[in-house]
Design a protein around this ligand. Structure first.
Ligand code: SF4
Length: 358
């Protein structure tokens, strides 16, 4: 089995000491991040560094490897810095969460976990999965099935980093194949995820999953590159009007498609499409057509388990379950569009032949 991405990222060394790391500006940290991720040549980065440094050089190319800082530590620092003016998700609140400010998601610097347990209800190729249900969310879906956690951002426990490390190690020993960060949604908790990823010892070698609504900004996606092994991505609405009315988010189709393409380029990807009653032509069809054009081989879970919950009883189009015709149409469209890498519960032959390499 390939090592989790975070362990490879921790092998990328940068010529700066851990001590000096604490004194660097966010801009300097991003310069180091560019160098570590190979986005710019070392020469270009050094010249940027020369123009940025105000109190002497901070890159020391003579530094022995044992004293150098790794890219995972840089990402960890950047995740914390990002909280000073939060643009981790497409809400772009710009608040200082380190100073205790809260905005749409209701989360300051501390992450709360509504519940955590070994989950056997995820896709068969992923279980047993250690699910961590973070409190708070960046959307406000009228049909939210996890509203008690999603809209109660201080729900549950707030583990320290050593407690996180112990918990994940224990769940791995109990059989968990991965750590599945979910919620709510995990985007507001990216600083916590990076801090935990940087603290996990080598023997805790299971992959990290981002089970998300995919509202990350490009900056947040860059921080997750080389840390997240698999995105379990919800793709809910195929047009911005339905997304605005039912999830209270603007610009949905632009950022979800951008982030799915980014996720597919940097990690494994499984897309979940929850089929909603009365939303086949307006939502399901454009979603499937986009996938057929841009990533026809992606692992795809077309989900039929929608049940009205939370506020969906007040929304006439969502106040019932799917009917048999809607399920049949969804499957017919998948066949017509040649979307063949489908998660089909109970079809173990298909699952074995298409198992995600996590
Ligand atoms: S994570 Fe929360 S505070 Fe940050 S931009 Fe999104 S909604 Fe706003």
């Amino acid at each position: 089995m390939a090592p989790p991405r975070r362990q490879l990222t921790a092998q990328v060394l940068l010529p700066v000491t851990g001590e000096s790391l604490a004194t660097l500006t966010e801009s300097q940290l991003w310069t180091l991040h560019e160098l570590g991720t190979g986005m710019a040549s070392a020469e270009v980065v050094r010249s940027k560094v020369q123009t940025e440094q105000t109190e002497g050089p901070y890159l020391d190319t003579s530094l022995p490897p044992a004293l150098q800082t790794n890219l995972l530590q840089i990402k960890n620092r950047l995740g914390r810095e990002a909280l000073r003016s939060c643009h981790l998700c497409e809400r772009h609140c710009g608040i200082d969460r380190l100073a205790g400010e809260v905005a749409y998601c209701g989360i300051a610097a501390q992450s709360y976990v509504g519940s955590e347990f070994i989950h056997m209800g995820e896709e068969e190729e992923l279980v047993p999965s250690y699910a961590v249900f973070f409190a708070g969310c960046t959307f406000h879906c009228v049909y939210c099935q996890a509203h008690r956690v999603a809209f109660n951002p201080q729900a549950g426990l707030a583990p320290t980093v050593p407690e996180w490390v112990a918990l994940i190690g224990e769940r791995q020993r109990q059989g968990a194949r991965n750590v599945n960060f979910v919620g709510g949604t995990p985007e507001p908790h990216i600083a916590t995820i990076l801090e935990v990823a940087a603290a996990l010892p080598d023997e805790v070698n299971i992959p990290l999953i981002m089970n998300a609504n995919m509202s990350m900004t490009p900056m947040a996606m860059q921080l997750l590159d080389g840390v997240i092994d698999l995105y379990l991505a919800d793709f809910r609405h195929g047009n911005d009007d339905c997304a605005r009315r039912l999830m209270a988010i603007d610009g949905y189709t632009a950022f979800i498609t951008r982030n799915l393409l980014h996720a597919a380029a940097h990690a494994e990807l499984l897309i979940r499409v929850l089929v909603l009653p009365n939303h086949l032509d307006c939502c399901l069809r454009p979603i499937l057509e986009w996938i057929a054009v841009h990533m026809p081989q992606v692992r795809l879970h077309v989900m039929f388990q929608y049940r009205p919950s939370f506020k969906s009883w007040e929304v006439p189009d969502l106040a019932r379950q799917l009917d048999a015709d809607e399920k049949a149409i969804a499957m017919r469209w998948c066949r017509e569009l040649e979307l063949n890498n489908l998660v089909i519960p109970g079809d173990t032959t298909r699952l074995r032949s298409t198992e995600i390499n996590v």
